[in-house]
Design a protein around this ligand. Sequence first.
Ligand code: MLT
Length: 323
Amino acid sequence: MSDILVTEAITGREMEALRSAFSVAYEPELWKSPERIKQILPEFKAIVVRNQTPVNADLIGAGKQLRVIGRAGVGLDNVDAKTASEAGIVVVYAPEQNSISVAELAIGLMISLAREIPAADRSTKGGAWDRKRFMGGVELYGKTLGVVGLGRIGFLTAMRARGLGMNIIAHDTFVNPDSFMVSECRAQLVSLDELYQRSDFITCHTPETAQTIGMFNDAAFSKMKKSAYFINTSRGKVVDEDALIRALKEKKIAGVALDVRAKEPPAASPLSEMDNVILLPHIAAFTNEGQTRVVTSVCKDVAAILNGQPAKNFFNFPTPRRA
Ligand code: MLT
């Protein structure tokens, strides 16, 4: 029996350590062939993925020897953690290791939208020196930032925004209003409707759940200020992209930055043709520091399980519950 199957590009010192301590099948492109994964999975004790391998009930069912599923990231939307738990398989992930990177990118995107940095860069590299065209950006200072989802990343984004002189309002149905997170970033908790109506910038940091899928729809965009900028570095499916395109065409909002998409990689979209839209290929977490922390944490936890030790960053339980 082999030990570990890695189906996406996950590199770094701790992955090398894992590869020298265990027998690892490192197949960074295998996520593209779920059928092949299902075929070979029965011989492995661990599978390590990012967000592109669908670790669904079907795959988990095939992993008869699986003891641990390692998710090199925070989002578990591609891992059926419920089925894994029922099967007694430990799910380990990186709940906070890339949070700073994502928060920093959210701030970067806010400034990029406010000052049209990508468009100005394209114009200047194209040979123009068009100062008039780029007159009229806005400052973040004194503006209201609406944070949807005041978890770790939302909180870190809010703290950085405070440093820029922004006022913070937030919506989160799970956060305790008396918590340190709320008081530390001096956030005013408001309803979603109030957040839409008052925010100059809206940044989304919710996980993908049945409740959040499609929450940014026609009704949501209609409630926002015409001058509002919307930033999504969480999960693509929270945005109804057709509604977003309509909102931009009808000038219901001023601009958008998306690091994540409903379908990744996305199909051709009118969003790519719009000057007030910034599109990135889901890279918010991809800093050297963030990735070092993520890969170290997940590889160490997978090694711990295979060595009969408890995991530290587990989603369900620290040791396998199957024979
Ligand atoms: C995460 O969930 O950690 C980030 O979105 C990056 C990823 O999906 O791998």
